[in-house]
Design a protein around this ligand. Sequence first.
Ligand code: GLN
Length: 296
Amino acid sequence: MELQQLVDRIAAEVKPGGAVADYIPALARTDPHAFGLAVATLDGEVFRAGQHDRPFSIQSISKVFTLALALAENDDVWTRVGREPSGSPFNSLVQLETEQGVPRNPFINAGAVVVTDHLGLGASDRLLGFLRQESGNPAITIDPEVVKSELDHSDRNRALAHFMASYGNMRNPVDVVVHEYVRQCSIAMSCADLAKATLFLARHGVRNDGTRLLDVSGAKRVNAVMLTCGTYDAAGQFAYRVGLPGKSGVGGGIIAVVPGRCAICVWSPGLDARGNSVAGVDALDRFTTLTGWSVF
Ligand code: GLN
């Protein structure tokens, strides 16, 4: 089946469901039934369906790109954050005490806050520049309404950061780091732009302009952490159903990588109890089942 037919079929068959994230009030206004899908292939084509060009809040999908930017410098970030699945909700505090302020992995909130701290001041602007370049869309912005809404409701992320600071695992002031983290989560992008920006992971670390962000091992490692930790306490179920490295966000987006072939982004704001898009996981499940493309 042609890829365009395939994405059209998936868009026609999935049934968006679940509830939008409402702990960030600005996200609560999104239509839970919206749906968009884009598949960007290594030869530069983008296959699109539904609301593929409508920007949405990327939220935790940003964690993949900040990890990649940190690893592009060196491996030091691994002294401050682990790479084991947490089996806990994305915003959980419980493991931090028994594990002395070192988060399980970079894709739960505590781990992502450490990565942002590692990148330091200006992390969110660096990330924005990277995403604009990789997608080829200079109009991508940070949504100020989401920033404000999230900052007004960030007690939990501040608590995580203060707790890590108490163990000496925070270099910059908590308020500065949480602000950078909230800005990176509040970037608004479409499925098509996110699929293009994720392609470097399908290209084994090579950016759109042909330069390298990560070496082959570095890209393999980011993909591996996505597979094991990218959908939090549902990562086992995601690997079972989809069989690809994937990363979700509470805005309803999920990116997934087929190494050597393509990058996919799907968006539908209705979430399951673990914070992953219901129709998003369903669409990726159908995609890998229909194409036979997975890492297994
Ligand atoms: N900005 C959100 C938070 O910190 C990101 C969570 C997510 O997308 N899972 O709670």
